[in-house]
Design a protein. Structure first.
Length: 145
């Protein structure tokens, strides 16, 4: 097992100056939206961000590295967000990885499909910065800044 990796939970523990760092994967085909999500989550402090601009890129990153949480758009040009969720939930080591869906599809049917597929939480765009920050803190659990 790689250093800093805990068995079977899909997380990667990175240490920086003695502080346990959380690692988040931000998946959206819009660079502007990825940047906005990161700006909203900066108050978390001990967090590192990785990015994917497509669903396929997200699957590749998830297969190769450990993350503590995924912020995921549903609308992407290649592999959609629902397929990414299904991939994550089909992998034993990722099964409990929290996934926050952030999408322009704010209708009840899209919310239900995402949650039924295995998303941990759902936010419709546009969202207020405190909303996404609060949801990510909740999903990261105790000890999240």
């Amino acid at each position: 097992m790689a250093p800093g990796r805990t068995p079977n939970d899909g997380t990667l523990a990175a240490h920086h100056a003695g502080i346990l760092m959380k690692r988040l994967l931000i998946v959206d085909d819009s660079r502007l939206m990825r940047d906005m999500v990161v700006a909203c989550l900066r108050p978390l402090g001990a967090v590192t961000f990785d990015y994917a601009g497509t669903g396929l890129e997200a699957i590749e990153r998830l297969a190769l590295a450990g993350f503590d949480l995924v912020v995921l758009d549903l609308n992407m040009p290649d592999v959609g967000g629902l397929e990414v969720i299904e991939f994550v939930r089909s992998q034993d080591h990722l099964r409990r990885l929290p996934i926050l869906v952030v999408t322009t599809r704010g209708d009840d049917a899209s919310r239900s499909r995402a949650l039924d597929a295995g998303a941990s939480a759902f936010l419709a765009k546009p969202f207020a910065p405190p909303q996404i920050l609060q949801e990510v803190r909740r999903l990261l659990g105790p000890g999240a800044a």
